[in-house]
Design a protein around this ligand. Structure first.
Ligand code: HSE
Length: 297
């Protein structure tokens, strides 16, 4: 039995939800082929598009898959082929896509012993190989789609949020690599109460906006005064991108995960294309190679 999967890219944090919010980019992602075999264990038999370890124990998809097999103990094994389209270190959940894809594919081939939500902790094990910490804000939306909130980590409590029908994202990916572990090292361990208050107000506002399709409330809520100011300096042209996108009607602009990709959320496809085109034109002036994507959320 073989299954062919689309493993979507994701935007973590979404400005006001550091480590707790994530969204799925429906049209950007990797392809994965998982085949059930009689030989026990996990074999990564091929990877195209990226230079990643084939050894299962060192590979994000392999580690996530092995964690799942350890619990299920099936009388079979799995071969995995990955066609990477999401670049590692791009900030749109490259490792999460692989981890989520592997556990989703195996679970399906075994007749869905787990619900999709129950797969999140296994995918997190794979994600930890890449980022050095088990965070779920990319694997949760990669598995569940749409917007997700990690209400709590201990125990893990993931809430799938509604997505207004006209919500679209753009992503601009300057072709530099930023390591999540290094981008976490620049963050403080404590924050002033004032900033915590502003952040919780915005997080609540964004979620209320998603439930009521209130795009203006979403616009007012897409701010991050805690993490963005500390990470923005590592992304060449961040202020230029932000200013341009906001000028052309984006609801909000922020760092995607730990960067360097920058996302915008926009109402309707026309505005989205306008924003994408403007960012593309403006960023060309920097001389830094980049890619721009557009996706419904
Ligand atoms: N929430 C994580 C961070 C996501 O910003 O460090 C990393 O992709």
């Amino acid at each position: 039995k073989t299954i062919r999967l689309f493993c979507p890219a994701t935007v973590a944090n979404v400005s006001c939800g550091f480590d707790v919010l994530g969204l799925c980019l429906d049209t950007i992602g990797d392809e994965m082929i998982v085949t059930q075999t009689t030989q026990k264990g996990i074999r990564i038999i091929g990877i195209t598009g990226a230079d990643l370890p084939l050894k299962a124990a060192q590979n994000v998809a392999g580690v996530a898959a092995m964690a799942l097999l350890e619990v299920l103990q099936p009388d079979c094994g799995f071969d995995i082929v990955i066609h990477k389209k999401i670049k590692a270190g791009s900030g749109i959940g490259s490792s999460a896509a692989s981890a989520a894809g592997a556990v989703f594919g195996i679970n399906m081939l075994l007749g869905n012993p787990f619900s999709t939500k129950e797969l999140i902790p296994f995918a997190m094990k794979g994600e930890a190989v890449a980022s050095g910490c088990e965070h779920a804000d990319n694997v949760a939306p990669a598995l569940l789609g749409g917007f997700t909130l990690i209400r709590g980590y201990e125990p893990l409590d993931v809430v799938a949020l509604p997505v207004p029908s006209e919500l679209y994202a753009t992503v601009i990916h300057p072709q530099i690599e930023l390591k999540t572990s290094e981008m976490r090292a620049v963050l403080p361990t404590q924050i002033p109460l004032k900033k915590a208050i502003a952040q919780s107000g915005n997080l609540g506002g964004l979620i209320a906006g998603l439930y009521t399709s209130d795009y203006e409330l979403i616009r007012r809520s897409l701010h991050d005064r805690i993490v963005e100011p500390l990470r923005a300096g590592y992304i060449p042209g961040f202020d230029l991108i932000k200013e341009t996108a906001l000028q052309h009607g984006a609801l909000g602009v922020g760092i995607s995960g730990s960067g360097p990709s920058v996302f915008t959320l926009n109402k309707d496809l026309e505005t989205t294309h306008k924003v994408a085109f403007a960012m593309e034109q403006k960023y060309t002036e920097t001389g830094i190679p980049f890619e721009v994507y557009v996706s419904p959320v």
